[in-house]
Ligand binder design. Structure first.
Ligand SMILES: Nc1ncnc2c1ncn2[C@@H]1O[C@H](COP(=O)(O)OP(=O)(O)O)[C@@H](O)[C@H]1O
Ligand SMILES: [Mg+2]
Length: 237
């Protein structure tokens, strides 16, 4: 399955608003994403990073162009099919964790199991994978930012998603905690084979990325491919 494109974007444009208020958030973006790759997206605020992730994840649809996922064109999907795609294939991790405040860490992950109709027992396993077995009965307010983000990663991976999309997952964390969180994403990428696309400002992460994509004004201005075989497996912090 190596060298298979999981996504193929062809001339993807996304506009918000109309006429004089129109904003072109993505401007004719074409790119391929290999199955199992670890992709990092860099770019200044407003450059279109979140818009791109949302289109990859079926949260939003492009105005023109094609978004092929496993050769199916997401841009032609109706609402129901898009929701099913999202539910089945995509795990999301956001900057602000978005945990449910009155559920414990474990309950947050169990809730995701219910939504995805997977065995609730997976919740404990996933908390273990992110190193939080001992924090299962803590509420989000009792956890540090890094711990909360790890819970949100556990929540995102219970359904064993084909793709994990992370929008500035380290944006609210100090550098060291952020690196640890990104290391967890890398582990999931390696162990589960999930394709990971993450937006981050953490320049260190480029060292573990297979591809670094730089965006400006809705365009991809640079793509750097790393020599995978020689890349370090983990960041030696
Ligand atoms: N829902 C929206 N309505 C109107 N404009 C939007 C909307 N979402 C994003 N934009 C605009 O699209 C551009 C790209 O935004 P975004 O993808 O959020 O960038 P980034 O994540 O890189 O900061 C920005 O100019 C932003 O203001
Ligand atoms: Mg953004």
């Amino acid at each position: 399955m190596k060298n298979v494109n999981i996504y193929s974007l062809k001339n993807v444009t996304k506009r918000y608003g109309e006429n004089e208020n129109a904003v072109t958030a993505l401007d004719n973006v074409s790119a391929d994403i290999r199955k199992g790759a670890f992709i990092v997206i860099l770019g200044a605020s407003g450059s279109g990073k979140s818009t791109l992730l949302n289109i990859l994840g079926g949260i939003d649809q492009c105005t023109s162009g094609k978004v092929l996922f496993e050769k199916q064109d997401l841009s032609r999907y109706g609402g129901k099919r898009l929701t099913a795609f999202r539910k089945e294939k995509i795990g999301f991790v956001f900057q602000h964790y978005n945990l449910i405040a009155n559920l414990t860490a474990l309950e947050n992950v169990e809730f995701a199991c219910e939504i995805s109709k997977v065995d609730r027992g997976r919740a404990k396993d996933m908390l273990g994978r992110v190193g939080l077995s001992h924090r299962g009965d803590h509420y989000p307010s009792e956890l540090s930012g890094g711990e909360q983000q790890r819970v949100s990663i556990a929540r995102a991976i219970v359904k064993n998603p084909t793709v994990l999309l992370c929008d500035e997952p380290t944006g609210a964390l100090d550098v060291k905690t952020g690196v640890a969180v990104l290391g967890i994403l890398k582990t999931i990428n390696k162990e589960d084979g999930a394709t990971v696309v993450t937006v981050t400002h953490n320049a260190d992460i480029c060292r573990i990325a297979d591809v670094t994509v730089s965006m400006r004004d809705g365009r991809i201005i640079e793509q750097k491919q790393r020599g995978n075989p020689n890349m370090p497996d983990e960041i030696d912090w």
